[in-house]
Design a protein around this ligand. Structure first.
Ligand SMILES: Cc1cc2nc3c(=O)[nH]c(=O)nc-3n(C[C@H](O)[C@H](O)[C@H](O)COP(=O)(O)O)c2cc1C
Length: 230
């Protein structure tokens, strides 16, 4: 199955089998992954649960710790790059979940977030059982081309994305959360934005383009992420 097909059946996996995984499946895929911003360097390491401070009620046989150089857009870039890997793992029967509530016991200042993973038989669902905002709530005009973004995973299922049509495609905005939620979500919501953009990219690999306009329109209650062609 293609990465694109995974969008419609995936779910965050919190229930794993202990089977061993060939890590070359990850290293090989990562050689050809597309970045959102090619000027930001990033890296990952694969850890066992004993090397991770896990603050979720469940755990996984393996964890990816994601690190990035801290430049403009680096959180969106991490979401964009590693959601491609997430869909790839899903296509191989390897369940996974973005985990904000975990961190490596040994980490440095470039640490961003973790993804848990492992073989699983509880990692799919039907298209009708996604709990998501309606298309009309995430865009100025309902547009079926946005369905892959609508189905993207996000921290606490906040779905912070909003798409405004332009002549070329869409201007993309992130919801400005209230002060309380912002404390928790300030690092995660930009990652969510990158994840949603990754779903649009894998659905439009030939035509997808991302750029940041300097003359974008402000939108009350939102911050500007960038503009896309799909
Ligand atoms: C940036 C990010 C951080 C997340 N952190 C956690 C977490 O700490 N614990 C957890 O159980 N799920 C976590 N999730 C998974 C979300 O809860 C999940 O994506 C969302 O509820 C939608 O469900 P779905 O992924 O099954 O479609 C995280 C997701 C994202 C994108």
């Amino acid at each position: 199955m293609t990465l694109q097909n995974q969008i419609y059946i995936r779910k965050s996996c919190r229930n794993y089998l202990e089977d061993e995984i060939d890590m070359d499946l990850i290293h090989e895929f990562m050689k050809n992954v597309k970045p959102l911003n090619p000027n930001i360097s990033y890296r990952y390491e694969i850890l066992n649960p004993g090397e991770v401070n896990v603050r979720t009620p469940w755990s996984a046989p393996y964890y990816l710790a994601l690190y990035s150089e801290k430049k403009d857009n680096y959180l969106e870039n991490i979401g964009f790059v590693f959601q491609q890997l997430s869909l790839h793992l899903q296509s191989l029967g390897i369940g996974n979940c973005w985990v904000g509530m975990a961190s490596p016991k040994k980490k440095d200042g470039e640490f961003v977030i973790m993804i848990s993973f492992g073989k699983s038989d509880k990692m799919t669902r039907d298209k009708d059982s996604f709990k998501r905002k309606q298309l009309s709530k995430i865009s100025d005009v309902e547009d079926e081309r946005l369905i892959p973004a609508r189905l993207a995973p996000s921290a606490m299922n906040t779905q912070p994305w909003y798409f405004k049509h332009t002549d070329e495609g869409f201007d993309v905005y992130q919801v400005r959360q209230n002060i309380l939620k912002r404390q928790i979500l300030k690092k995660w919501n930009p990652i969510d934005m990158g994840i949603a953009l990754a779903h649009l990219y894998v659905s439009n690999t030939e035509s997808f383009e991302f750029n940041k306009k300097s003359d974008y329109n402000e939108l009350k209650g939102y911050t500007y992420t960038g503009s896309i062609k799909i």
